[in-house]
Ligand binder design. Structure first.
Ligand SMILES: NC(=O)c1ccc[n+]([C@@H]2O[C@H](COP(=O)([O-])OP(=O)(O)OC[C@H]3O[C@@H](n4cnc5c(N)ncnc54)[C@H](OP(=O)(O)O)[C@@H]3O)[C@@H](O)[C@H]2O)c1
Length: 208
């Protein structure tokens, strides 16, 4: 699958490495332009290339958002992700690492407002990038695979993201809709930032 990655930092780069290793083609982007990503592309190999944010979005059948949530200018033009599955891995932190209070809303609902025709699935936002890098193993026994929570409103989009999660050796766990499930995955919740096996994740989800 072709995956456009917006953001080439901790999460963007880690996911690019996992997706290329799993056989996907990726375009990766940042704020400083493709030339600043030459070293990363050397490391990722021939199934990766660097591009602008909008070109990476246009390339991807699936798009991963891995930029600061507080910087909407980092997102691709909405038309370029219309009708595409867009994975929102972002969390609402301010520049001084405080959780931004969104009142009754949640960060992925706000992302959905910014990209109104995208098929948004919240995923990968609760797991530390180093855990992703270290625990990815498609050959692990299912019981020992770590969980990746997802939330979204469209079953088909969730299925696509779940398949990608399995490709890189994790177990998808459906937390529900973007609103109700997404709320359970926000910073500060009991599910946030902790590694869970799938059984542990199901139990923790029931109590969340
Ligand atoms: N770190 C984690 O373990 C973790 C886990 C789950 C979710 N997340 C979420 O994932 C997102 C990224 O976190 P991170 O730790 O990967 O951050 P990071 O290492 O600081 O990387 C941020 C990336 O976003 C790019 N960026 C920033 N402003 C941009 C703009 N205006 N246009 C285009 N690209 C822009 C940066 O590009 P330049 O370097 O060129 O500015 C950089 O590649 C955040 O929302 C975070 O909450 C992080």
């Amino acid at each position: 699958m072709k995956i456009g990655i917006i953001g080439a930092g901790n999460i963007g780069y880690t996911m690019a490495a996992l997706f290329t290793k799993a056989g996907h083609e990726i375009a990766i982007s940042n704020s400083r332009g493709p030339d600043s990503l030459n070293d990363i592309i050397d490391e990722l190999g021939p199934s990766a290339h660097a591009d602008t944010v909008d070109n990476a979005a246009a390339f991807g059948e699936v798009i991963l958002l891995a930029v600061p949530w507080r910087s909407p200018e980092a997102l691709p033009h909405p038309d370029l992700v219309a009708n595409k599955v867009v994975i929102d891995a972002m969390n609402p932190y301010s520049a001084d690492s405080q959780i931004i209070d969104l009142g009754l809303s949640t960060s992925s609902e706000e992302t959905a407002r910014r990209l109104p025709d995208a098929r948004i699935v919240k995923a990968f936002n609760t797991i530390w990038f180093k855990t992703l890098a270290q625990e990815s193993d498609p050959y692990k026994e299912d019981e020992t695979k770590l969980a990746i929570f997802i939330a979204g409103d469209e079953p088909g989009a969730k299925q696509t993201v779940s398949d990608l999660i399995r490709d890189i050796g994790f177990a998808p766990i459906d937390a529900g809709t973007l609103r109700e499930g997404g709320r359970k995955l926000q910073p500060g919740t009991s599910l946030y930032g902790k590694p869970f096996t799938q059984t542990e994740a199901q139990e923790a989800l029931q109590q969340a």
